[in-house]
Design a protein around this ligand. Structure first.
Ligand code: ASP
Length: 309
């Protein structure tokens, strides 16, 4: 029997002071519930789906309820889940009226021969399996309306903007059988063009899991992450013998060097080592295992991490 472990993140950017505590509460709640599943013999996939669903329900983060609005003031959601045992993945992109896109992504993985469904096709599939479509307004919170009104008509440098705010969510888990899973869910980036799909629902970019090597979930500037196929790059580093922590550091630094990209990643390698790193001011995360107990923070402090690893 393997000792289970789970890590969750709630986005790698800056977190305004008033949102620090809600972020910490959110990641702690998600990691606790998720770890509980693993402790009771549940699968890594269930643990990842549960953690992300909890975070999608949290209005303080950019996934599900509380997501950023696109240029037309609408929420469009992307999510992915991946099973390290089979390399099966399921994802949805640009869905508008689904409350928990991670649940739909898992159904895509389990019930179809495809990996990614988008827009109206994803909605049709949701209807066909009885996933309720909601009024898209249910996903909109006043904070994001305010931001939308402030940004409307302004030319924003999205990279600079990202220094300030962004909170996609993700999780990676290892269950008692040693199976790995990864998932990511997001409302994307503020003022994105309608139809813009970021890295998060793309296999190898927003998440990747392979029992032989590890599981990774990423967050950050999607167009940068896509250029370096960040999640799979980190897995490839692990496959070359680097630990999870070395691999996330190297992956993020490579993205910074090549495309000046900002972001973060969490990872578990097949030996159960953890990796947490970001080159943004902050990234809310929580990790839970027998060995570490529950650790949550809004910054990966290298001193703290080196003690843990
Ligand atoms: N990666 C996400 C996107 O570009 C945003 C984020 O992680 O905050 O859609």
């Amino acid at each position: 029997m393997v000792r289970p472990i789970v890590i969750v993140h709630a986005g790698a950017w800056n977190i305004p002071d008033e949102l620090i505590e809600p972020h910490l509460q959110a990641v702690k709640k998600a990691v606790r519930m998720s770890y509980n599943i693993l402790k009771n013999g549940g699968s890594a996939l269930d643990a990842v789906e549960t953690a992300i669903k909890i975070l999608e329900e949290d209005p303080h983060v950019d996934a599900g309820v509380g997501s950023f609005l696109n240029a037309e003031g609408e929420v469009e959601l992307d999510a992915i889940i991946m099973d390290g045992k089979t390399l099966k993945a399921g994802a949805v992109a640009a869905v508008k009226n689904i409350r928990n896109p991670i649940v739909l992504a898992r159904k895509v993985m389990e019930l179809t021969n495809h990996i990614l469904l988008v827009g109206e096709g994803a909605n049709k599939f949701a209807r066909s399996i009885g996933i309720k479509e909601i009024d898209p307004q249910e996903l909109v919170v006043e904070r994001e309306w305010k931001r939308w009104r402030e940004l409307k008509g302004r030319k924003i440098d999205i990279k600079v903007f990202f220094e300030d705010k962004g909170n996609t969510v993700g999780a990676v888990a290892m269950d008692v059988e040693g199976n790995l899973a990864a998932g990511t869910s997001t409302g994307g980036i503020p003022m994105k063009m309608p139809g813009r799909v970021g890295d998060s629902p793309l296999i190898g970019c927003g998440a990747y899991a392979d029992n032989e090597f590890g599981a990774v979930s990423t967050t950050g500037h999607g167009e940068s992450i896509m250029k370096v196929v960040l999640a799979k790059s980190i897995i490839d580093l692990i496959s070359r013998g680097y630990t999870a922590q070395e691999a996330v550091v190297m992956g993020i630094r490579y993205m910074e060097k090549k495309v000046n990209g900002r972001g973060g990643a969490i990872a578990i390698d097949r030996l159960g080592n953890i990796g947490i790193y970001h080159n943004t001011p902050k990234m809310a995360f929580a990790v839970m295992s027998d060995k570490l107990g529950l650790i949550a923070d809004i910054q990966c402090r290298e001193d703290l991490l080196s003690e843990l690893l």
